[in-house]
Design a binder for this molecule. Structure first.
Ligand code: HEM
Length: 449
């Protein structure tokens, strides 16, 4: 594949990419409600690099070609800012969050956080994930259908609250879990509305600010208590490790730690729950793959289970696109992309493009076992300097959840048609909540399947 380059210094001679001339408001509506279909129709009409306007004044460039996306992900970070576009979440995640940071600040936070989520480090959380999944699965109905997305949200919130804060069972954990649950179930519109000056004094926005205040008070209490804890250096939770991160005055302040903890919870909870819900949705509808996955769970075939997770994230990317803003004019494949425009690689389209994945609509975990998949076309965690810091954790967590639950329950559904993807919070989730039934394995076939 010919690698494109993002370059500067080609002046204004190059044309900007083609795109629709509809009013920005109309383009915003089409992009918000019919993203996949609209983005595909634009590609058919205008090609692989497209300009459009959304929200309704923001200039956006859509990318569909893996080589263009690779060029974006490998461009120097001075040419892009991603934190700027995430600022809408600052009232909740905090101004010091890695999500809001750019340039040197972002680099420093990533350097301090990345070791906590290395492949090796996340293995240390496996047992906890398995135990919590076991408790969760034991509480599932044995016959009645239910919305598995809700159950996965509860489970991943449990997991993330424990991993981040490292609290033992007891009143402080219960209070934290309850407050975080309320925050994470809030509508994104309310959370984003907190940016409107004065909004936090009225209605639901006031309640949201009060809730954030309550959470902050508890988080700072836990941080203070943990700083003095005698076993700090032996502890493996994220809070303890962040307290010890950095050398020679480069460590994190309490405010910075608070912001990273809340960011990790928000970034890691809904996304993984949604990825798991899609995996269950697919398994429920495909007996053959479900049988193979159950066998893999019983026989501890980690590679197959991880392939199920990866194939699910391919077929149903939880995050449809990432948004990076250009800090200067750059050229790409004969076009000038103007400074200030937001570049969006269409992950959802790349991963379902027959040019990149034969028979893209088929759920076939084997793709990931047979060396068919290029890292340039499998992008559920984004790429480059902003690639998901929790990717290893998410893969481990989803794989372990499947291992435990598929060894105990058979996954079926009474719904014939596949569920559509609907935008919930930041994620694209199954519209009907990934409705499944989960009878115990042993009662179904007698042969354990
Ligand atoms: C299946 C689950 C997940 C998916 C699909 C996902 C997806 C993504 C994507 C696409 C980005 C890149 C955004 C960009 O380019 O601006 C991202 C960033 C991020 N993710 Fe994840 N994520 C998942 C799970 C997690 C988990 C479990 C954690 C925490 C343990 C996490 C923490 C983060 C953080 C902190 C960032 C910001 C990184 C930065 O700005 O440098 N994510 N995620």
């Amino acid at each position: 594949m010919l690698m494109e380059r993002i370059e500067t210094g080609h002046g204004t001679l190059l044309p900007t990419p083609p795109g629709p001339w509809l009013p920005g408001v109309v383009q915003s509506v089409l992009f918000t409600w019919w993203r996949h279909r609209w983005a595909l129709s634009l590609r058919a009409k205008y090609g692989d690099v497209i300009s459009m306007t959304i929200y309704p004044w923001r200039k956006v460039v859509l990318l569909y070609e893996p080589r263009h996306i690779a060029a974006m992900f490998s461009a120097p970070t001075t040419k892009f800012h991603a934190g700027e576009g995430n600022r809408v979440l600052a009232p909740v995640m905090g101004q010091q969050s890695v999500f809001m940071a750019d340039g040197a600040d972002h680099k420093r936070l990533r350097r301090l956080m990345a070791p906590l989520f290395s492949r090796n480090a996340v293995r240390g959380y496996m047992d906890m994930v398995r135990e919590l999944t076991l408790t969760e699965v034991d509480s599932w109905p044995v016959a009645a259908p239910f919305e598995s997305h809700d159950r996965m949200r509860e489970l991943t919130l449990d997991i993330m609250s424990r991993v981040t804060f490292g609290l033992a069972d007891g009143p402080v954990f219960d209070r934290m879990r309850e407050l975080l649950g309320r925050l994470l179930s809030m509508d994104l519109v309310i959370l984003m509305g907190l940016n409107v000056p004065g909004a936090h004094r009225v209605g639901p926005w006031r309640s949201a600010m009060n809730l954030v205040g309550e959470i902050d008070a508890l988080v700072y209490e836990v941080i203070a208590e943990r700083r003095d804890s005698s076993d700090l250096t032996e502890r493996t939770d994220v809070l303890s490790r962040l307290l010890l991160a950095g050398e020679g005055g480069d460590g994190l302040s309490d405010l910075e730690i608070r912001d990273q903890l809340i960011t990790l919870l928000i970034a890691g909870h809904e996304t993984t729950a949604t990825g798991l819900a899609w995996a269950l949705h697919e398994l429920a509808r495909d007996r053959e793959v479900a049988r193979k996955a159950a066998t893999a769970a019983v026989l501890d075939d980690t590679a197959y289970l991880e392939a199920v997770v990866k194939e699910s994230l391919r077929r149903h990317p939880v995050i449809f696109e990432v948004t990076w803003t250009l800090t200067e004019d750059v050229s790409l494949d004969g076009y000038r992309l103007p400074k200030g425009s937001t570049v969006m690689p269409m992950i959802g389209i790349v991963q379902n493009d027959p040019a990149n994945f034969p028979e893209p609509e088929r759920f076939r975990p084997e793709r990931f076992l047979e060396g068919e998949v290029s890292p340039a076309t499998w992008l559920p965690f984004g790429g480059g300097a902003r690639r998901c810091v929790g990717a290893n954790f998410a893969l481990m967590e989803a794989t372990e959840v499947l291992r435990v639950l598929l060894a105990r329950r058979m996954i079926t559904t009474d719904l014939r048609a596949p569920e559509a993807a609907s935008s919930k919070h930041v994620a694209f989730a199954p519209a009907k909540g990934a409705r499944i039934s989960a009878p115990p394995l042993v009662e179904v076939g007698g042969d354990g399947r």
